[in-house]
Design a protein around this ligand. Structure first.
Ligand SMILES: [Zn+2]
Length: 345
């Protein structure tokens, strides 16, 4: 075992629940015993040092997949709520049947304890709040069930805001900001200490939340627009605002958001991922950059492969010149600190 492989990674974004829901086999066993499909299961997480992360509940648009530049239709609230409950139940079933190998974490102490005990630390995250109606009833109930982080939108509109459409060579400044219901949602998340994820917000929505929210600004899986001019990536001004609130950016491994040519080409070097990390560290400080793989949600560099390949990223960070403390910050400490501040312990 190389030295790098023992640095645990806590990751800001994965879509393993979506992949498991779409699979035909027994989803719980597929995760606990492993399978060849996708990027994450428990054996590969252990092999690569993936200690846990934010497990997204994402409801695909009706009629997905479409071409990269199409706009995505929005699922209905009842459909989204039903599917959200099913996906969260799946995560709870994985925890219940894992003999202690998986823990649904509701506090920073839970995450630290799970990493120390080598339990996979899963956090219940919603990516696009279609399941929640403007009355916010479901928000309060889901919070009691374990919801700890929420992105108001995915890249499509809903009652709260306008997600940023996928556009290459485009700023994120596409469309209007938060609705009145969106402002209520932000206030309620602050009250409940649910982390607000800005990754799929358009730029106006980002600034509306920056103005309104009392929590650190976090983009769980987005990259540097200066390197890859995709509408999903963050401008320098947005990075500065994230720094000013003590927030962070989780670097997305998706080649669409890494490359400067906008192609879904898996033949993308791991060093390009390191370039985004180094750029953000240089601009706003190492304490504001972490990982947000998008495992099981998008096309990642072939050379990294899946969760078992994380030590290759750690090695590339070391080769770039990051020292052990910097690597621990990027790999897990920054995420745990920012979640602790967002959640109030
Ligand atoms: Zn996403």
């Amino acid at each position: 075992m190389t030295e790098s492989s023992i640095i645990p990674v806590f990751d800001g974004h994965n879509d393993v629940l979506l992949r498991l829901r779409r699979g035909s086999s027994n989803s719980v066993n597929a995760f606990l015993q492993g399978e060849s499909a996708g990027h994450i299961d428990l054996p590969r997480a252990r092999q690569g040092g993936l200690a846990g992360g934010l497990c997204a509940v994402f409801i695909p648009s009706p009629d997905q997949p479409r071409t990269e530049n199409d706009d995505f239709p929005t699922p209905s609230q009842p459909d989204a709520l039903n599917e959200t409950l099913a996906m969260f139940r799946l995560l709870l079933a994985i925890e219940a049947q894992s003999n202690g190998a998986v823990k649904v974490c509701r506090s920073a102490a839970d995450i630290r304890g799970s990493i120390a005990d080598r339990r996979f630390a899963a956090v219940f995250h919603i990516e696009g709040a279609e399941a929640i109606a403007a009355d916010l009833d479901a928000l309060y109930v889901l919070h009691q069930a374990g919801l700890r982080t929420l992105g108001p939108v995915w890249s499509r509109p809903n009652v709260f805001a306008y997600g940023v459409p996928f556009r290459f060579r485009s700023t994120p400044d596409i469309g209007p900001g938060l609705s009145d219901a969106g402002k209520d949602l932000v206030r309620a998340c602050n009250e409940l200490r649910i982390m607000i994820d800005l990754s799929h917000m358009n730029e106006q929505g980002f600034w509306d939340i920056a103005k309104l929210s009392n929590a650190p600004l976090v983009a769980s899986h987005s990259n540097a627009h200066a390197i890859s001019p995709h509408s999903r990536n963050l401008t320098d001004k947005q990075l500065d605002a994230i720094r000013d609130t003590g927030g962070l950016v989780g670097i997305n491994f998706g080649v669409l958001f890494l490359r400067d040519d906008g192609t879904r080409n898996a033949d993308t070097p791991i060093e390009l991922l390191v370039r985004h990390i180094a750029y953000i560290a240089e601009r706003v400080g190492i304490e504001h950059v972490a990982l947000g793989s998008d495992f099981d949600g998008t096309t990642i560099p072939q050379a990294l492969g899946d969760a078992a390949g994380l030590p290759k990223l750690i090695d590339a960070l070391r080769a770039h010149g990051f020292d052990d403390q910097a690597i621990r910050n990027i790999a897990h400490e920054n995420w745990i600190r920012v979640l602790e501040r967002s959640w109030g312990g």
